[in-house]
Each structure stands twice: as structure tokens, then as C-alpha cells.
Design a protein around this ligand. Structure first.
Ligand code: PLP
Length: 399
């Protein structure tokens, strides 16, 4: 129904119609987003914030307008709480650096989950090297649900921050982040939710979750690459030092001392990606014109249907069978190497992802080196899933 909005879906690969099932890695872009980027460069381009001239003011209005769209989209209290970054990874690194400078000392504890993406593990290891903090990990059961009892047992008076993906990019599990927030806050800790795989798929409300930080990437929600968001509670961001210096983040500079701009600019050094922010705003308008609840229902149906059909394949093993699951299905078939599966499906026009999915500790937990993964977006169809099953059966027969 929405396929005609995405020109790339009309192309062929290897003379076959493209079936794109790698949406957790990045989504395709609707025409309105591509046109927004064109429009910005053709008609508006000028550096933001600094100019008194017409184009600079116009670009600034569009950039700041996009910030307001993001604020409304995640229900932040104020645009001061919405920082533009290059993506989830940069947002996570910003928090790791800046939060740890303000709040962490040797012996303090940060809790992660076993299903975190490397982008929410490695920055904390860098902090551990710098600050001698302790990293603890929430385990999960075999269905891919976090063990909340084990989580409670990890919390203590040294816990400063709990970092949890809202949705696992491997298992598709939707984690109970509201409950996790409540428990963490009761223990006196702050909470970071990695929303890279949730914000594109269902309504996310930061006030309802009551998280202290939330991260997401534009390119996973039909927006451009190179733009992302960090939401942070104003009170916390005000206590944290800047992540990078230069450009718009200053109030006044002398060689003796620099004072910083107010939020959110304190954390936005250098020329921001105002083309990206504007196009991200257009992407958010696009998904809202469909409705996040509708997108969620559509993708839920595709996920259920895909798993049901995939069970027909002999030797299939799923990773992640939580009752709370969305749009990501990871699997292996018998002892076929996932890379072989992916390569052969590709020749049949079907794009899937294979490998460790930037979650090697989770691969270890599941006892595998890698997995194959299909992940869905609002433009996928049951017919594509049928074609995928036929192709998968064909590939499996070859082994
Ligand atoms: N966190 C999760 C759960 C992800 O799925 C991803 C990307 O796959 C990231 C973080 C990193 O996002 P990005 O590469 O856009 O910075």
C-alpha cells in the first residue's frame, strides 16, 4: 500500500524484483525524504544560527522546526531536551563520556543487558578504562526475555546507571523499559534506553517510560543517514559537561575561560547537519501520516506470519521467541552457515543480514558465531514473505 512512496522498491537486483528484509540495519527512504534533501540544497542552503540573512534564518527555522517535531514525536517536555547527533552510536558515546565525567567515580556500577548492541557496550568499556567503574550484565532466558529477578539482585547503592535496549536488534524482544526505569529509580540509579529499534516501530513516550536518556537514529526510521537524536532530562544534561568543543556550543570564549551555551546547543559543537535534521522531520511527518499504531500492527502481522511460515523449514532454529516481540526474526537452518544462506538468497533478489549483528556477547550467550536475520518495515508484504520462504526452501535443498 505504501510501496509506491519508496522508489527503490521498484528496482531489480540480479534481474529479480528486490525483496528488502534488512530494515533493522537501515530502512529505505520515501520520496518525500529524498525530495526534502534536494529542496534544502537547491533552495535553502545556508549555515544555521549564525546568519542575519534570509537563507540562514530560513535554514535555522527548518532545523529548529525539526527539533520541535522530534520533541513532539517522543513527547519530551522541551526542545532543550532534544539533542541532534550523528546517530544512536554518537548519542551513546556522548552519554558515556559526559555522564561519566559528571557522575561516575571508581567503583561505581553501570548495568547493561546481555542483548546490548556493541554501541551500548564499548563506550562503557572505554569509561571503565578511564574511570575504573564496574560493568554488570542483566542475563536473559532462552526465549530472549530479560531476567528481572536477576536485575533486581544486581541493583545496589553503587549502581549509577542502567542501560537497556528498548528492542533487541537480534531477538526482537521488546524489553519492559518502564518497569526497568521504575526499579532503577527506586535504587537511586539513572536509566538510558537505546531506542534505535523501538522508535521506528511503535509509539515511544519518554515521559511515560520515565527514562533519563533515549537514543535513536534517523536512518532506521526512513530518514537520512548521519542524523540521530539524544533525548536527555534537562536537569541531568545541565549537570553534564560538553562532549565536544567549538562552534555553536559556546556562550563566550577567552583564552582563560569558556562559558557554554544553554541546552541543547551546549552539546552541539560545530555546524549541525541541518539538512539531515530537516529531512528527519519530514520522515517523522511521513510515519505520523500513516500512524505509529498502524505501522506497529502491520509489522506485528508480518512478523507473526513470517515465523509461522518459517516453521515449515526443516531444521530451522529461531533466536528470540519472546511473547513481546517485534519486526526482527533471527534464525539458523540446520548447520548451514548463515553467510551461505545470505549469499544464496541475495542471488535470488532477497536482501537479509547475516553475521554477529554487532552483538557478539549475545551470540556467545546463544552459543553461535552468527545468525541470519530478516527484519520488516511498513512497506513489506506477506507476498514477499511467501517468496522468501520459497527461496529459503530452495537454498536449503541445495545443502
Ligand atoms: N543500538 C541498536 C539496538 C541498534 O540496532 C543499532 C544499529 O543497528 C545501534 C544501536 C547503532 O545505530 P547507528 O549505527 O545508527 O549508530
Amino acid at each position: 500500500m505504501y510501496r509506491q512512496d519508496f522508489p527503490i522498491l521498484g528496482r531489480e537486483v540480479y534481474k529479480r524484483p528486490l525483496i528488502y528484509f534488512d530494515n533493522a540495519a537501515t530502512t529505505q527512504k520515501p520520496r518525500c525524504v529524498v525530495e526534502a534533501i534536494d529542496e534544502m540544497y537547491y533552495n535553502v542552503n545556508a549555515n544555521v544560527h549564525r546568519g542575519v540573512h534570509y537563507l540562514s534564518q530560513k535554514a535555522t527555522d527548518l532545523h529548529e522546526g525539526a527539533r520541535e517535531k522530534v520533541r513532539a514525536f517522543i513527547n519530551a517536555r522541551s526542545t532543550a531536551e532534544v539533542l541532534f547527533t550523528r546517530g544512536t552510536t554518537e548519542s551513546l558515546n556522548l552519554v558515556a563520556f559526559s555522564f561519566s565525567e559528571a557522575f561516575l567515580k571508581a567503583g561505581d556500577e553501570v548495568i547493561l543487558t546481555v542483548m546490548e548492541h556493541h554501541s551500548d557496550i564499548v563506550p562503557w568499556q572505554l569509561v571503565r578504562d578511564r574511570k575504573d567503574i564496574v560493568i554488570k550484565v542483566i542475563p536473559m532466558n532462552d526465549r530472549g526475555d530479560l531476567d528481572l529477578e536477576a536485575f533486581k539482585a544486581l541493583l545496589n547503592d553503587r549502581t549509577r546507571l542502567v542501560c537497556c535496549c528498548h528492542v533487541s536488534n537480534v531477538l526482537g524482544t521488546v524489553n519492559p523499559v518502564k518497569e526497568i526505569s521504575r526499579l532503577a529509580h527506586e535504587a537511586g540509579a539513572y536509566v538510558l534506553v537505546d531506542g534505535a529499534q523501538s522508535v521506528p516501530h511503535f509509539p515511544v513516550d519518554v515521559q511515560d517510560i520515565d527514562c533519563d536518556f533515549l537514543t535513536f537514529s534517523g536512518h532506521k526510521i526512513y530518514g537520512p543517514t548521519g542524523i540521530g537524536v539524544l533525548y536527555g532530562k534537562e536537569e541531568l544534561l545541565n549537570k553534564m559537561p560538553p562532549y565536544q568543543g567549538g562552534g555553536e556550543m559556546i556562550s563566550r570564549v577567552t583564552f582563560e575561560k569558556t562559558t557554554y551555551e544553554r541546552l541543547p546547543y551546549k552539546f552541539e559543537a560545530g555546524t549541525p547537519d541541518y539538512v539531515g535534521s530537516y529531512a528527519l522531520g519530514v520522515a517523522l511527518d511521513y510515519v505520523q501520516s500513516i500512524g505509529m499504531n498502524k505501522i506497529s500492527a502491520l509489522e506485528h502481522d508480518l512478523t507473526q506470519y513470517a515465523m509461522e511460515r518459517m516453521r515449515e523449514v526443516e531444521g530451522i532454529r529461531f533466536f528470540g521467541e519472546s511473547a513481546q516481540k517485534t519486526s526482527v526474526v533471527s534464525f539458523n537452518v540446520a548447520d548451514i552457515h548463515p553467510m551461505d544462506l545470505g549469499t544464496l538468497l541475495d542471488r535470488l533478489g532477497i536482501a537479509i543480514r547475516t553475521g554477529h549483528h554487532c552483538a557478539q556477547p549475545l551470540m556467545q550467550r546463544c552459543g553461535v558465531e552468527g545468525m541470519a536475520r530478516v527484519s520488516f518495515a511498513l512497506y513489506n508484504t506477506r507476498e514477499e514473505i511467501d517468496a522468501f520462504i520459497e527461496a529459503l526452501q530452495r537454498v536449503v535443498r541445495m545443502f
